[in-house]
Design a protein around this ligand. Structure first.
Ligand SMILES: Cc1cc2nc3c(=O)[nH]c(=O)nc-3n(C[C@H](O)[C@H](O)[C@H](O)COP(=O)(O)OP(=O)(O)OC[C@H]3O[C@@H](n4cnc5c(N)ncnc54)[C@H](O)[C@@H]3O)c2cc1C
Length: 484
């Protein structure tokens, strides 16, 4: 009789492309059986969700690094082209049978399509006799854990943050021991290079765009360490000034999971103990709380994943359909220098500073009165860190349609924001070369300069009266809802 194939366990990698602080991988390596790893490449799913080519490049190159690293641990990483999430369950079933997998270790995901995929996969695994064990290693606090005194999900950030902090103080994750090769496991080859090369070739991406980014876990961890040692102390003071390198720029690493949020939190907590870093660390931990906040919002209100606003009355807002205004915003030709610099930063680098994301999103939705979903999609098409929960949360905050959103009567003045956060126009000059020689006095409002600037547009809309128009539109939307 032929010997029964040896049973294996499987780590299914998704948006957690790392080996450090990876609870599912650690658990699999601690298991006595041989370990395999799999990644399902869903390029059609990326198309459907407008995932930026730069982000795809980041994921693919990070996968390559992960594959090589796992191979050194003796864990073969198989990359399987699935196309869409719907195709994953049968492919997983086939894989489990082919490799005699009896247990799957996986990091949980909380978005609607991901949950549908995982339900289908759980059914398939069960029919193959394999168990699935999930880990919440993509967040600090699992999404459905914290509730208000009324047992409801939090929809306001400040009380969420307090409850989040309290929970972490007593239940926060301990650092995991470094992942290492299992005793007796032999190094294997990573076979995924050709598939990755083919997927990269299909991206037709400008090398200038990728040149300033480094994919993979090693680079992400290096950046974290550099940020903590050089910028964490000044984070609170510097983080709102786009001309400075005051923030971590770790969003792509956190969203693709080349870096663990737990590792960020552990290092920031060390900063809390040092007087020079305390203020910055406290503030930065708050940003990690925003990340968890929007993830729990998505998990608790799945209707947000299909384009619905959180505030129901805002479904009735009559947004402007002025295509030329939308194009001007996309191309950074609105005539408002800070907004234009922000949009050009996004298109030229694949990233935008947080202050500018708020300014630009508010400008599109309040000044131009264009539907936030169009801006949300445009951001996804360009951002290297495009992350559905954070992007949707940020857009709905700016448009005043979301949870704990900016009140609808709050409208950032693009000129005032520019004067406050880019006082010398340093950032503007970097991305709007037409204004490079402009006197500081006019850099925020070039239309007031005694001589018009060649090649730079006049403002596409007037700032006056914006608040009244927005207020009237939100009131009208409420009246429509109440009359139904
Ligand atoms: C309209 C809009 C769209 C956005 N879209 C995205 C997106 O697609 N992906 C994304 O990761 N972030 C998004 N953000 C949040 C934020 O702008 C970025 O996370 C931040 O600019 C990334 O820079 P950093 O890594 O230097 O952040 P840091 O200031 O160093 O913050 C550390 C980490 O905290 C998290 N974080 C910080 N601010 C927020 C926030 N407001 N919401 C959720 N998480 C946060 C990020 O993971 C970030 O890397 C958006 C914000 C707005 C207003």
């Amino acid at each position: 009789m032929p010997a029964a194939p040896m049973e294996a366990v499987l780590v299914w990698f998704r948006n957690d492309l790392r080996v450090h602080e990876h609870a599912a991988l650690s658990a699999a390596l601690a298991d006595g059986r041989s370990v395999r790893a799999v990644y399902f490449l869903c390029e059609d799913q990326w198309d459907r969700h407008h995932v930026a080519p730069l982000r795809r490049w980041y994921v693919l190159e990070s996968l390559r690094e992960l594959g090589e690293r796992l191979a050194r641990f003796g864990v073969p990483l198989d990359i399987i082209k699935a196309g869409t999430f719907q195709a994953v369950a049968p492919l997983l079933g086939d894989y489990l049978s082919r490799h005699s997998v009896c247990k799957v270790f996986v990091g949980r995901e909380y978005l609607r399509n991901e949950l549908d995929r995982d339900r289908a996969c759980a059914a398939v695994a069960s029919s193959c006799g394999a168990e699935i064990q999930g880990f919440d290693h993509g967040v600090l606090v699992p999404p459905r854990l914290l509730t208000t005194g009324q047992g409801k999900p939090y929809t306001v950030f400040s009380p969420y943050r307090r409850s989040w902090q309290k929970w972490l103080d007593s239940h926060g994750p301990e650092p995991l021991p470094s992942a290492k090769r299992k005793r007796g496991a032999r190094q294997v080859n990573f076979e995924g290079h050709l598939l990755i090369d083919a997927a990269l070739a299909g991206l037709a991406i400008d090398p200038a765009l990728t040149a300033s980014w480094q994919a993979g876990e090693q680079a992400a961890r290096g950046r974290l360490k550099a940020f903590v040692s050089t910028s964490l102390a000044g984070y609170q003071r510097q983080r709102d000034f786009p001309a400075l390198s005051g923030t971590s720029m770790l969003s792509v690493a956190l969203s693709a999971g080349t870096l663990s949020v737990a590792e960020c939190w552990h290092l920031a907590r060390v900063g809390l103990q040092q007087s020079a870093q305390r203020e910055g660390a406290e503030c930065w931990i708050g940003e990690l709380a925003w990340r968890d906040f929007y993830r729990q919002i998505m998990a608790n209100f799945p209707r947000l994943a299909v384009g619905e606003p959180f505030r129901e009355e805002t479904r009735f807002i009559q947004w402007s359909s002025d295509e030329s205004l939308f194009q001007a915003w996309c191309e950074g030709r609105t005539g408002y220098p800070l907004v234009d610099a922000a949009q050009r930063q996004l298109v030229q680098t694949g990233w935008m500073h947080n202050r500018l994301r708020m300014v630009s999103a508010m400008f599109l939705t309040k000044n131009l009165f264009i539907d936030w979903r169009r801006g949300e999609q445009f951001f996804m098409r360009h951002l290297i860190d495009g992350d559905f929960a954070a992007n949707n949360g940020g857009w709905q905050w700016s448009a005043s349609t979301g949870t704990d959103a900016a009140p609808y009567f709050r409208v950032f003045s693009p000129v005032r924001q520019s004067q406050r956060f880019d006082p010398d126009g340093e950032f503007i000059r970097r991305y709007v070369p037409e204004l490079a020689e402009m006197d500081n006095k006019w850099i925020h409002e070039p239309w007031k300069a005694p001589h018009p600037v060649a090649g730079y547009p006049s403002p596409v809309v007037d700032q006056a009266g914006v608040r009244d128009r927005v207020t009237a539109a939100f009131r009208a939307a409420r009246e429509i809802m109440e009359s139904q």
